[in-house]
Design a protein. Structure first.
Length: 160
């Protein structure tokens, strides 16, 4: 019970500190709002813990290729701008395609962490949206507005 209270208080402190960082002021009305924001942060943290979500772990080594999605952003923006102009000039009812690549999610907290990292960082560049991992077929499902690249373009971190 003590650890639960400590985690909730840490959530309140983190929420309050983040709010102070965002507003960058110490006027009384903003500090009243800070109290509400901090309390809401603690409430949301506690509500999420009550849901009993499965734990996930992320290894530092998985971030070795995290630069790839960031480096892809300028190229993806150029591709999407080109496709937007092409859509204006020649109308197509739909553009883009769904793609899949083999992805062994594994199990346990480590597997959930790999999937979460692949989904979040894989969707960083604007051309690619990672929809998720299908556990029955062991496929990483992705939508690309401009179809490009092979498996390394879909699983940008190479965690599959």
């Amino acid at each position: 019970m003590k650890s639960r209270i400590a985690v909730t208080l840490a959530g309140v402190a983190f929420g309050g500190a983040f709010y102070l960082l965002l507003i960058d002021t110490r006027y009384s009305p903003e500090l009243y709002v800070l109290c509400v924001v901090a309390a809401l942060a603690g409430l949301i943290l506690e509500a999420s813990r009550e849901q009993g979500f499965a734990p996930a772990t992320i290894a530092i080594a998985w971030f070795a290729r995290a630069w790839r999605p960031v480096a892809n952003v300028p190229r993806h923006v150029a591709l999407l701008c080109r496709d937007a102009i092409a859509q204006l000039l020649t109308y197509k009812r739909s553009r883009g395609s769904f793609r899949a690549v083999a992805y062994d999610a594994g199990g346990g907290a480590s597997g959930r962490g790999r999937v979460a990292l692949s989904e979040s960082l894989g969707s960083f560049a604007p051309n690619t949206i990672v929809l998720g991992v299908d556990p029955e077929t062991n496929l990483l499902l992705v939508h690309q507005l401009h179809r490009e690249g092979g498996a390394d373009e879909i699983d940008v971190l190479g965690l599959g």
